[in-house]
Design a protein around this ligand. Structure first.
Ligand SMILES: Nc1ncnc2c1ncn2[C@@H]1O[C@H](COP(=O)(O)OP(=O)(O)OP(=O)(O)O)[C@@H](O)[C@H]1O
Length: 528
């Protein structure tokens, strides 16, 4: 009896120990963990920023300025995804020790994923961690988690306001470009320095007119609503390739302080519904850009609904070949997205095409595309202006490159006759040049020796020198333009040609006739 009692009690004790252990390890630790978490949560606030929200960019720019961020122990270095973060942190093209890295090698430093970096912010201890989703569908989706210790309900707002301010400052010199992902979310793909509007050379008044139209629109929300007119404006830029359509849009975006949202109608997986959805996610004020709107379909855009028959090519997008089933975007889907009931208000829509005639009139009509701007091959004015702008900065404050030209310039007699022979301020065989005041025709300085170090000018009046230089350049620009037939080459071709003579305007003038003849003979290819 005694022995059975003792065996039973031993078994009970054993069970008790097991249960106790279990409670100790699982329940207790969970309870303790939960209680600890609850306690800690009273002491810190967590904020999460996800990659597809604009605040993600704010916070990244803000963090990029913290030395703790770019000097963390576990660093991830990339030459990709350059943008505001890099510009804001001063890592753009230079290392922290002040030495410059190559223009092609711009690095961005930030802590590796899942590494926590901590620092103080307004007397609060702050921990920041970059994380990345691991699930197959979302590999690469990034979030940024920030924990702020100390209880202060206002601190989150202050942090956000600071981050936004930093972002705006960095952005004042940049435009941000967004593209859509296959998950139909807007994703920042690039951030570029603004391109000055005057670097785009168009016929007189074209860009000024466009800029003023866009500005007037952006400032007229109430005017539109009072009249019940949808607050949207569409611009159709059409014409020859390489005439500056895309460049102008990017430059306007910088001028107007707007971001560019690129809508690629031929993107895999995009159909009428997803296009509508994507457009509805556009921010309040932005530029929506549809490039090569005609090329979205392999045949001309028309009103036919998309067919799932692969032989109907306008309905078959690249996605079909990659296994993504999509009916593609139909013209009616596109028209609805542009100005249907659910279409977005407040945006500027820019569309570009090289084939104006192939667009359905419904797409071109006012209300959808309010302004149509044609881009043609270069006019004489554009050619001269491009030449002038191309060489203007080389002239200002330094010796005109024209004067630096070696004597072995000419390739044949005709070139010589037609080009620098009458270059008013350069004589190939002399080592000294006389400067003439172009207003008075009076010699205005001593001579310039081509042997002087760095070709420094010995001149009494720098202002007069500039006037002289500018006038000299204008003359050369006119002369250059006189050799190129009007509406014969595109601005991109002209730029390509000038690039071949980038520090040598004299040789650009000397060789231009040959370049024109070559282009005539060989179908427009640029040859040096
Ligand atoms: N009017 C212009 N003024 C200054 N640069 C120009 C002009 N047109 C073209 N370029 C230069 O040529 C290149 C191509 O220009 P861009 O891409 O803007 O032309 P596009 O008309 O959009 O061409 P496409 O129709 O083929 O897309 C750019 O590097 C740009 O700097």
């Amino acid at each position: 009896m005694d022995s059975s009692l003792s065996t039973d009690s031993l078994a009970d004790w054993f069970k008790l120990i097991l249960i106790g252990n279990f409670l100790n390890t699982h329940v207790l630790s969970s309870i303790v963990g939960y209680a600890w978490g609850a306690l800690m949560r009273r002491f810190y606030t967590t904020i999460e920023f996800d990659e597809f929200d604009s605040t993600f960019s704010w916070i990244n720019v803000w963090l990029a300025q913290k030395p703790e961020w770019y000097t963390a122990r576990d660093l991830s270095i990339t030459t990709r995804s350059f943008g505001l973060e890099t510009a804001a942190s001063g890592q753009y093209g230079e290392y922290r020790d002040g030495s410059h890295c190559s223009e092609d090698l711009k690095v961005r430093k930030q802590p590796s994923f899942f590494v926590t970096t901590s620092f103080w912010y307004k007397s609060h201890y702050l921990c920041a961690t970059r994380t990345r989703a691991q699930g197959t569908a979302h590999v690469g989706l990034q979030t940024l988690k920030i924990q702020i210790y100390g209880h202060n309900p206002k601190i989150v707002d202050e942090l956000l306001a600071d981050a936004e301010r930093c972002w705006k400052e960095a952005k004042s010199e940049h435009i941000t470009i967004y593209s859509s992902t296959t998950m139909n979310q807007w994703h920042q793909v690039a951030s570029r320095p603004k391109r000055p509007l005057d670097s785009i050379v168009l016929d007189r008044g074209v860009k000024e007119d466009l800029l003023s139209d866009a500005r007037t629109f952006l400032g007229s929300r109430s005017w539109y609503s009072e009249r019940g007119i949808p607050f949207r404006r569409g611009y159709l830029l059409y014409g020859v390739p390489g005439s500056g359509k895309t460049s102008l849009i990017h430059s306007l975006a910088g001028e107007l302080g707007l971001d560019v949202y690129m809508i690629s109608l031929s993107r895999a997986g995009l159909d009428d519904t997803t296009l509508q959805e994507l457009i509805s996610y556009l921010p309040e004020r932005c530029i929506a850009l549809m490039e090569d709107i005609d090329a979205a379909f392999r045949h001309d855009i028309n009103r036919e609904p998309a067919s799932i028959d692969p032989s109907h090519s306008h309905a078959t997008f690249p996605g079909a070949t990659t296994g993504i089933q999509s009916r593609g975007v139909t013209l009616s889907g596109l028209l609805n997205a542009i100005d249907g009931v659910a279409a977005h208000e407040g945006r500027l829509l820019f569309a570009t095409t090289n084939h104006y005639e192939s667009l359905d009139p419904a797409l071109r009509r006012p209300g959808r595309m309010d302004r149509h701007i044609e881009f043609r091959l270069a006019s004489r004015y554009q050619i001269a202006e491009m030449f002038r702008r191309f060489y203007a900065s080389t002239v200002s404050g330094s010796f005109p490159p024209c004067l630096e030209k070696p004597t072995s310039l000419y390739t044949d007699e005709e070139d010589e006759k037609n080009s620098v022979g009458d270059c008013s301020f350069w004589s190939p065989n002399s080592t000294a040049v006389s400067l003439i005041d172009i207003d008075t025709d009076v010699p205005m300085s001593r001579t310039i020796s081509s042997e002087s170090s760095n070709h420094e000018l010995v001149i009494a009046d720098p202002d007069k020198l500039k006037v002289w230089q500018a006038a000299g350049l204008d003359d050369q620009a006119r002369k250059f333009a006189s050799f190129v037939p009007e509406r014969f080459i595109s601005m991109a071709e002209l730029q390509g040609y000038l690039m071949l003579h980038r520090s040598d305007p004299v040789s650009a003038i000397a060789s231009v006739r040959r370049f024109i003849v070559n282009k005539e003979n060989r179908g427009g290819l640029i040859r040096s």
